[in-house]
Design a protein around this ligand. Structure first.
Ligand SMILES: Cc1cc2nc3c(=O)[nH]c(=O)nc-3n(C[C@H](O)[C@H](O)[C@H](O)COP(=O)(O)O)c2cc1C
Length: 330
């Protein structure tokens, strides 16, 4: 998820039982131009595998080159975005727009599959317009072009995130292709995951918004462990998330980026209502950590344990093409 799936999010997802995690979407044009911020998305840590890195774009050659960089960075899967509904992306002919241009979509998948040894997966919406069934026409063709799995978020691009994911469409897609289909959309609980799997025949479910600030949802879905976290666990996960994100993005970018996470995390752990607002107003992430430790002193010990389990940042793959500053954050 763009603006969400930073490395700390992916690592946390793995710790709480996610079988596969995915990067934010990465612009193939940004990679082509060696944009420093874009290259930063290709940072892969040892404890993230299996990891998919998602690329978006509409030019087969440029997407193929981006896929080679993704493979060199150490990803396990190259995922292609044919679902993004945001205008900045669709107006360039990328994202969900490609669902209306099956020939080009197939050319992109074929070029990427040809460029790398890794499995290539595709993430789609149902189509651009409400009620569209484009995914059922394009999906099987993408498999022919080389897609090893398809993930379907059965909302239209127009819908953005309104209404509900129509998983009847997921079931239809499953019946049309002989590769695993992953169901994405509105899976927030174990009961919902089980019902989507049972009614669609999908090979897996993907959890998006349900895991924002709530890794415990993943544990509940995977293990049936519905016990909510204690306050110190919430504080500890948030502190680790803050520190890791500062390491990845640098303090200046991270402090703004993190604000939305405070509300997501503090929905659990019985924090007083004004607490979230207090955190949002603090200037530095150090102050945020200090406030969290004051509110939940027992979090310190948990954070220490979690940090001790993190792999050494020096183990990350360094690409020749990347400026060294990428690895220091900022
Ligand atoms: C903030 C946000 C960013 C997203 N970014 C991406 C993205 O970069 N690539 C992608 O394939 N889907 C993206 N999605 C869509 C999700 O992957 C998922 O398909 C959708 O949110 C429905 O699943 P959910 O109900 O579990 O959230 C994003 C969703 C949200 C809310």
């Amino acid at each position: 998820m763009a603006g969400v799936s930073v490395q700390a999010f992916r690592r946390q997802g793995r710790r709480y039982g996610a079988g596969l995690v995915c990067s934010e979407m990465v612009s193939c044009a940004g990679l082509e131009h060696r944009n420093e911020r874009t290259l930063g998305y290709l940072r892969v840590a040892r404890d993230e595998h299996p990891l998919a890195i998602q690329i978006f774009g509409s030019e087969p050659d440029v997407m193929a080159e981006a896929a080679r960089m993704v493979a060199a960075a150490g990803a396990d899967i190259v995922d292609i975005n044919f679902g993004c509904p945001v205008r900045k992306v669709t107006k360039t002919g990328a994202g969900a727009t490609l669902l209306e241009d099956p020939d080009r979509a197939c050319a992109v998948v074929a070029a990427v599959a040809e460029a790398v040894e890794l499995p290539v997966s595709v993430k789609m919406r149902r189509g651009v317009e409400n009620g569209s069934r484009a995914c059922l026409i394009v999906g099987p063709r993408l498999v022919e072009a080389g897609a090893a799995t398809l993930t379907l978020h059965p909302r239209s691009a127009r819908q953005m995130y309104t209404g509900q994911a129509d998983h009847a469409l997921t079931a239809e897609l499953v019946s049309l292709v002989d590769v695993p289909v992953i169901a994405s959309g509105d899976v927030t609980s174990r009961a919902r995951a089980q019902s989507v799997l049972a009614t669609t025949g999908a090979a897996a479910v993907m959890v998006g918004r349900g895991a924002q600030g709530n890794p415990w949802a993943l544990r509940a879905i995977v293990d049936g462990d519905e016990a909510g976290p204690a306050r110190e666990e919430v504080a500890a996960e948030l502190i680790l998330f803050v520190r890791e994100t500062v390491r990845e993005l640098g303090e200046r970018r991270a402090s703004g980026f993190l604000k939305k996470f405070y509300g997501w995390y503090l929905g659990r752990g019985r924090f007083p209502r004004p607490f979230k607002q207090e955190l949002v107003q603090l200037d530095t992430t150090d102050e945020v950590v200090t406030r969290l430790l004051a509110a939940a002193p027992a979090a310190a010990e948990i954070v220490e344990r979690l940090e001790a389990e993190l792999p050494d940042p020096a183990d990350e793959i360094l690409l020749d093409t990347m400026p060294i500053s990428i690895y220091g954050g900022g």
